[in-house]
Design a protein around this ligand. Structure first.
Ligand SMILES: NC(=O)c1ccc[n+]([C@@H]2O[C@H](COP(=O)([O-])OP(=O)(O)OC[C@H]3O[C@@H](n4cnc5c(N)ncnc54)[C@H](O)[C@@H]3O)[C@@H](O)[C@H]2O)c1
Length: 346
């Protein structure tokens, strides 16, 4: 039985997502997703917002991240399993869905493992554009796993970084990252310690994965004027920075209700002042004030960023071959005759 048009939902497989990314170009796609995120942060108040819904286990976490602007609804399924790489699996995998609020019908189903890397990098560099010191040219990239190259390219494309200094506890990860960044136009320096990596860096990105309170940066490592882009602390009991760094920094977050549960600031009092990025982007709050200020983006990843990325992809695949129609919705001729549809299919 042939499905009707109404039954079909555009589906973007990993293969098609990779073809789409190559068609557009990695840096351009990150920059364009960042522009979409920026637009959506500007209309922050029009979104339904809730901290993501986690299912924790000793092995990792599985999370659902829903939001809606009243016209479209989106969610992402994402996991975080730091032990996975030792078993040949990814730490983070994801897929996501957009739906039409008026009918409730899904309008897009897509892989989001690749897309999450792009949107995370896009968000980081967007925030960097507002908070990083002017004329920043060097970024320390600590944690050289799946997200790392995307972060480096985003800061190159959007914040003018020309040098990255890489460090990972696993030298093989650093070697992989350095090899992948060859020919991108970035000067790549492989380092043997986090201390070496941060030398001369105006931006420090921490993007490590460990299911514990880790101390990737200690207080003495962070000098005045730097911008810290802390990606990897994104779960209760999983952080990267020494508490004293937080106390010396001005802290910027996506959605405080979620960040206080998952971010670096879980180590602080529940009323410790933080600034919401949407307010900086709309000019309602101050970003970087002066050259000596330490700015910290306590990134955990918020549903609106995924919503922006989903809408970007929905638009980008229109009229292209980068998707396949998936027979996903039962569509009986008589909407109430679902059983009849089943029987006719015998
Ligand atoms: N904030 C967000 O929006 C967001 C989005 C996606 C992923 N993440 C988080 O970012 C982190 C990185 O994700 P990934 O997919 O690149 O993970 P990954 O497992 O591929 O890479 C993590 C790397 O960190 C390294 N590492 C672990 N401990 C370290 C330490 N003490 N010092 C230096 N390096 C160390 C590991 O060797 C590994 O190479 C994860 O914690 C993930 O949950 C955050």
């Amino acid at each position: 039985m042939q499905p009707s048009d109404k039954a079909l939902v555009p589906f973007v497989s990993v293969d098609n997502m990779m073809r789409l990314i190559h068609h557009i170009g990695v840096e351009r796609m990150i920059t364009e997703i960042a522009a979409q995120i920026e637009d959506d942060f500007k209309r922050w108040e029009s979104f339904d917002k809730t901290p993501r819904i986690p299912a924790h286990s000793p092995h990792g976490v599985i999370e659902l991240m829903p939001t809606s602007d009243g016209e479209a609804y989106g969610f992402k399924y994402v996991n975080g399993h730091p032990k996975n790489t030792s078993e040949g699996l990814q730490t983070v995998t994801a897929f996501g869905l957009l739906a039409d609020v008026y009918t409730g019908y899904p309008t897009l189903l897509t892989e989001m493992t690749m897309l999450t890397a792009l949107r995370t990098a896009a968000t980081s560099a967007l925030v960097g554009k507002y908070l990083a010191p002017k004329n920043a040219s060097t970024m320390a990239m600590i944690g050289n796993g799946a997200q790392s190259e995307f972060q480096c390219l985003a800061f190159k494309a959007m914040c003018g970084i020309d040098t990255v200094r890489l460090y990972d506890i696993d030298p093989a990860a650093t070697a992989k990252c350095a090899a992948n960044l060859q020919g991108t136009g970035l000067n790549v320096v492989s380092c043997r310690s986090a201390e070496e990596a941060i030398e001369g860096a105006q931006i420090i990105t921490t993007c490590t994965a460990d299911k514990k309170y880790a101390t990737i940066l200690t207080d003495n490592m962070v000098g005045p004027g730097v911008h810290i882009n802390a990606i990897g602390g994104d779960c209760p009991g999983k952080t990267e920075l020494h508490r004293d760094i937080l106390l010396r920094s001005d802290i910027f977050v996506e959605y405080p209700e979620q960040t206080r549960i998952e971010g670096e600031i879980q180590a602080l009092d529940p009323d410790h002042p933080v600034t919401e990025m949407w307010q900086v982007i709309t000019g309602q709050a101050e970003g970087r004030r002066d050259e000596r200020q330490i700015t910290l983006f306590d990134s955990v990843g918020f549903a609106i960023e995924d919503f922006s990325a989903l809408r970007y992809v929905k638009h980008a695949i229109e009229g292209t071959e980068f998707f396949e129609p998936l027979d996903m919705l039962a569509d009986p001729d008589d909407p109430r005759d679902l059983f009849g549809m089943l029987m006719r299919a015998k």
